[in-house]
Ligand binder design. Structure first.
Ligand code: HEC
Length: 187
């Protein structure tokens, strides 16, 4: 009887844990979709209406602010950012715990395995970080992150002057460019 009770308690604990994690992932995924839609709509509209140079100016001068603005719409314990091991914006370089997950994405990619839609990490404080891989999913990414010689000269010069340590060129279609990280602090 005691053994059965113990099993039930363990099951309950496991179940409760899964539910917390699952609901956090669900919440983060909804935020991610909204964010992704907002960013890609902005860039796509700029490209189709004003051309690649204006879109590049938007990405260089406004996209970081847009992310900060988007953050203000989220619950106090939730935040979003973009990170990359080959970053363009110096602020987008990952922290140590984040580097490991980005390396994991690269390893999965090199292993010809399918990328997961997200990886969930829990830090020492018990906060969750949900990583959504950002891949070179459309042709347009290449206009600004592809081989240097294929990038419009004005766009290249704009990036060169704004980001002297730019590492975000020479990516190929499908490659992981970085990740969107959503942090959910446990209240
Ligand atoms: C019109 C140019 C342009 C296009 C198109 C573009 N990007 Fe970027 N991207 C930039 C610029 C400029 C930055 C740096 C923004 C900043 O200062 O935060 C950037 C930053 C990023 C970052 C954040 C990390 C870093 O390097 O600073 C990721 C991730 C990223 N881009 C992925 C993509 C993906 C994936 C696509 C295609 C779906 C894409 N980008 C399309 C110009 C572009």
């Amino acid at each position: 009887m005691k053994a059965l009770l113990l099993i039930l308690l363990v099951c309950e604990a496991i179940f409760a844990n899964i539910t917390v994690k699952d609901s956090i992932v669900r919440e983060a995924t909804a935020v991610y979709h909204k964010f992704h839609e907002m960013m890609s709509k902005n860039v796509k509209n700029k490209i189709s209406q004003e051309g690649i140079y204006k879109a590049a100016e938007f990405c260089a001068n406004e996209s970081y602010k847009k992310i900060e603005e988007f953050n203000t719409t989220l619950a106090n314990n939730v935040s979003i950012k973009r990170v990359s091991l080959n970053n363009r914006n110096p602020n987008s370089y990952p922290k140590d715990d984040e580097k490991k997950i980005l390396e994991a994405f690269d390893l999965i990619e090199k292993s010809d395995a399918y990328l997961p839609s997200e990886i969930v990490q829990m830090n020492e404080a018990g906060d969750y970080k949900i990583y959504f891989p950002s891949t070179m999913s459309s042709k347009s990414c290449k206009s600004c992150h592809g081989a240097k010689k294929g990038v419009n000269e004005e766009v290249y010069n704009l990036f060169k002057s704004k980001y002297p340590n730019d590492k975000a060129f020479d990516f190929v279609s499908g490659q992981v460019r970085g990740a969107v990280v959503i942090t959910v602090k446990q209240k």
